[in-house]
Write a protein of this length. Structure first.
Length: 333
């Protein structure tokens, strides 16, 4: 009974627009950065020729500047001004600085820039190994370096289980105890937090293995054993009972081969039903335990009181008989 869920936030078209060769924005930017007579306007003209009216994510403002284009991201439309993009992408000063510092006589300084070089070709040029480097490899753009770093970051993220800490700017005035709702909402939307919540609510984020589900929630439904040979059927029996009691919605639960899946909030309802069931069991059990303890304490206190009265009666009798002549005669006889 599984159905395909369209989350509606597939950014593949935007990713292709940015980096897919040969007409992606980054490849065209690197291409234009190599041409000596290229300008920011020629770069924008190439983008317009390749994507204007053809790509669903690329737009131009008819009343805007000629060197400005718009990309529609999942969070909204973003306007990009290409002024000085080619110069920034070439960044020739970075290579010159690395070559100069690598040529220094200070071994400590050169070791830093050799080990953590931003441009490998610059290090090789400074070390006198220019012949071993291809001519095309000596030019490294900012966009190319960024793409390489992003690829390494994605490889690291895919190989691990990352946890993100999102920092939200409460206001632009940098003052305490002030929250600008529009700024916070914009950051949540751009960071993908709202989309993540929407996707999570459309999917089945909560899931449990049938064995664990049966072990934890078997006591909710009657006539369901804690251990069963068919754990899936036993789990279904629990869900059917909860559906009959209007605790969960059947459409919010799906059954897999080894796991049971829940939409957001359904597992919390089942957990609440379990707590109520435990409370209904624990209440009479606690009453019986308290009654047993109280009855035992009452019996012990009553026996002490009876024993005290017996002792007191015998002491009074002995005091009365102690000076009675007939009792004294009885003792002498």
């Amino acid at each position: 009974e599984w159905t395909w869920v369209d989350f509606g936030v597939d950014s593949q078209a935007t990713i292709d627009l940015l980096e897919k060769k040969p007409n992606g924005i980054f490849p065209l930017l690197d291409e234009e950065s190599v041409f000596p007579n290229a300008t920011d306007q020629t770069f924008v003209n190439k983008l317009d020729k390749a994507h204007k009216g053809r790509h669903p994510k690329y737009f131009k403002d008819a009343l805007g500047k000629s060197n400005v284009f718009i990309i529609r991201h999942y969070a909204g439309e973003v306007e990009y001004d290409t002024t000085a993009w080619l110069e920034k992408n070439r960044d020739p000063l970075e290579t010159d600085l690395e070559v100069t510092i690598n040529s220094s006589r200070s071994k400590l300084l050169t070791s830093f820039f050799s080990e953590f070089a931003l441009n490998r070709s610059a290090t090789e040029l400074a070390g006198g190994r220019q012949a071993a480097v291809k001519k095309g490899a000596q030019f490294n753009t900012v966009g190319g370096a960024y793409k390489e770093q992003l690829g390494e970051l994605m490889a690291t993220l895919e190989a691990t289980y990352p946890h993100f800490i999102r920092c939200i700017l409460p206001n632009r005035d940098q003052v305490a105890n002030k929250i600008d709702d529009d700024i916070v909402l914009m950051q949540l939307r751009c960071n993908g937090v709202l989309e993540g919540i929407r996707i999570q609510r459309q999917g089945y984020p909560n899931r449990m293995v049938y064995v664990n589900f049966l072990k934890r929630y078997y006591l909710i439904a009657p006539n369901v054993p804690r251990r069963a040979s068919d754990t899936k059927a036993a789990s279904k029996a629990i869900i059917d009972y909860l559906v009959a009691q209007n605790v969960v919605d059947q459409s919010q639960v799906q059954y897999g081969i080894t796991k049971i899946f829940f939409r957001v909030g359904e597992l919390a309802k089942i957990e609440e039903a379990r707590e109520k069931k435990i409370a209904s069991i624990i209440g009479p059990l606690q009453d019986a335990a308290r009654g047993y303890v109280c009855r035992k304490l009452y019996k012990k206190t009553r026996e002490r009181a009876i024993a005290g009265r017996v002792i007191q009666r015998n002491i009074r009798a002995w005091l009365d008989f102690k000076n009675w002549p007939w009792f004294l005669l009885y003792l002498k006889a």
